[in-house]
Design a protein around this ligand. Structure first.
Ligand SMILES: CC(C)(COP(=O)(O)OP(=O)(O)OC[C@H]1O[C@@H](n2cnc3c(N)ncnc32)[C@H](O)[C@@H]1OP(=O)(O)O)[C@@H](O)C(=O)NCCC(=O)NCCS
Length: 200
């Protein structure tokens, strides 16, 4: 069942056969007054997803990727996700993709099955309006249905906005990997932010 207050845009049409889940969800009202919907991402969303991602590459704050990537290169990564296990969600406002969040395996060994790594990215034009907070709140709320008991975020230690975001959502600093990445000849540290789900 589609829980949405409005008709889907043409590219979300079920007849097109690309919808990967029937779980779009009305996520409330953004601070700037527009409706925001969180829904499973479609392959047709990938150009917008990659645009948001690529905009962060030159900042050298967010990703260890040193060059912009392409839709083609990222297709296998996108297809590793599944709505019922490791979802890939987009936040949409006025039929525009304004952010995304994905779950992925933390480590491949079976004992880590209940732990997922999440990443969240928001279009630069829509930051500081609660988009990432809503995506993370949804991830925390939906984790038990996905069989996930622990969420982690791997964040460069100089990425202050992200560290603050995760802290605000109840994550704690669980790990510190010093000088593990080299970005333009500068060695950078990585912080592992973690949060158990459904445990008091
Ligand atoms: C980090 C990021 C996802 C935040 O997205 P956002 O939608 O702007 O964040 P929100 O508006 O939901 O902010 C929620 C909280 O995060 C913290 N926060 C977000 N941006 C911040 C900033 N620039 N400086 C300080 N704190 C910040 C604040 O605590 C904020 O709560 P507040 O507004 O009540 O103070 C966004 O800046 C982004 O896309 N950065 C690049 C990608 C990235 O670093 N992802 C994380 C690694 S996976």
């Amino acid at each position: 069942m589609i829980i949405n207050m409005r008709a889907p845009p043409p590219h979300l049409s079920i007849e097109q056969g690309t919808a990967r889940s029937t779980w779009p969800r009305q996520a409330g009202t953004l601070e700037f007054g527009a409706d925001m919907v969180i829904r499973d991402a479609l392959e047709s969303d990938l150009p917008a997803i990659i645009d948001i991602y690529n905009a962060t590459v030159p900042t050298r704050i967010v990703t260890a990727e040193l060059e912009p990537t392409t839709v083609e290169a990222r297709l296998p990564w996108f297809r590793e996700h599944s709505p019922d296990e490791h979802p890939f969600w987009v936040a949409e406002s006025d039929y525009r993709i304004i952010g995304w969040l994905d779950f992925k395996k933390f480590l491949p060994r079976c004992a880590y099955r209940g732990t997922a790594e999440i990443s969240v990215y928001v279009d630069q034009s829509f930051r500081r309006r609660g988009v990432a907070r809503r995506l993370l709140e949804e991830a925390i709320a939906r984790a038990p249905c996905l069989g996930i008991t622990t969420l982690v975020g791997l964040i460069f230690t100089h990425n202050e906005p992200s560290l603050k975001l995760f802290e605000r959502l109840g994550f704690e600093r669980w790990g510190f990997l010093p000088r593990i990445a080299r970005l333009d000849e500068i060695e950078r540290d990585l912080t592992i932010m973690g949060r158990h789900i459904g445990i008091g």
